[in-house]
Design a protein around this ligand. Sequence first.
Ligand code: PMP
Length: 416
Amino acid sequence: MTMTRSVTIQEGLDVYSIRKQFPILDREVKGRRLVYFDNAATSQKPQSVIDALVNYYTNYNANIHRGIHTLAEEATAAFEATRDAARQFIHAASREEIIFTRGTTEGINLVAYTWGRQNIKAGDEIIISAMEHHSNIVPWQIVCEEKNAVLKIIPINDEGELLMPEYEKMLGPKTKLVSIVQVSNALGTVNPVKTMIDAAHKAGALVFVDGAQSTVHLDINVQEMDCDFFAFSAHKLYGPTGVGILYGKKHLLESMPVFQGGGEMIKEVTFEKTIYNDLPYKYEAGTPNIADTIAFKTALDFIQETGKEKIRKHEQELLVYATSQLEQIPGLRIIGTAREKTSVISFIIDKTHPQDIGILLDNRGIAVRTGHHCAEPLMRRFGIPGTARASFAVYNTKEEIDELVTGLQKVVKMLL
Ligand code: PMP
């Protein structure tokens, strides 16, 4: 008998064939081919996603759920198929736990306005961190103001990592909710959410995880994570804008009051009393963003077909390469040097305003984000007005990073 040894070959990502799927990457900006490094703000869309939008409007545009004609049935089936794909993508236990929203921001607000208003009382505490996006600060501030509750902030170290002992000390009988970003948009830090969730649950608190930046980079399993709520946006996952998912544990979603009133979220309406619809429709009042929701499934298919592990490896390679190259630029300082990071590099250059860096790079066709990244308290923590931020996606290359480095060397020469 011959013994055959099974060898698993992990093939790398063919970035050049991936790039061909993204038509925008062929466009020119200021006479040069676009280098798009603003992926943490929103990623570009593959042709398949663009086609899915056009196909819906060309062939089966109809309102969903209510119609019995063919177009309505086709649109409803495609819309609901995205719910199933999203459930699978984050490994939720049931499709009833997948609520369509406009994006992460709306998901957080939905829980703040429903669960928050119902459960937060005077003197209660909500814990967030120093690296939150404004979307995960302001809704909780509103609840705290309204209810006379207290917002507590987990501090971070100079590398941009949470001070976990401080967090553990904060947890107590008054803690009702911890709302934490899984990956920081401004620093790239990956937070230890599983440990944080376990600790919060021990203290009797629920946990909301802001997955706006993590869902595209990490494997998400909400059941293993055991978070109570999780929100993310399609447009950061190669999908369209205006669509997001709020995941919530079924028993919580069932017990919470409704968010918006209107069509679809009802079973029966009389002037005396309205009976609300079952999950997930209970939280989906009005005609949703049908086309973009349908095309979101195509974006999830693109990620699955490309392979999340391959994407992650590619982005990590870009991160390591870019970090080593940028560190050699005189006067450049990287803000956010956590041990666990996704492909985000925020930086400042001595005596240079981030906005000037952004403008000069744009003149070379390179798109980076500059400013406070909707994380003003975080910028204050580092004592800076903002940063320039390059964030990498599946279609970015080392050659593009070389162009960024050349551009920054020119910026340094020009401005210093
Ligand atoms: N949280 C984080 C960490 C984010 O990066 C963003 C988007 N920049 C949001 C929340 C809000 O997402 P959206 O604007 O898609 O609602």
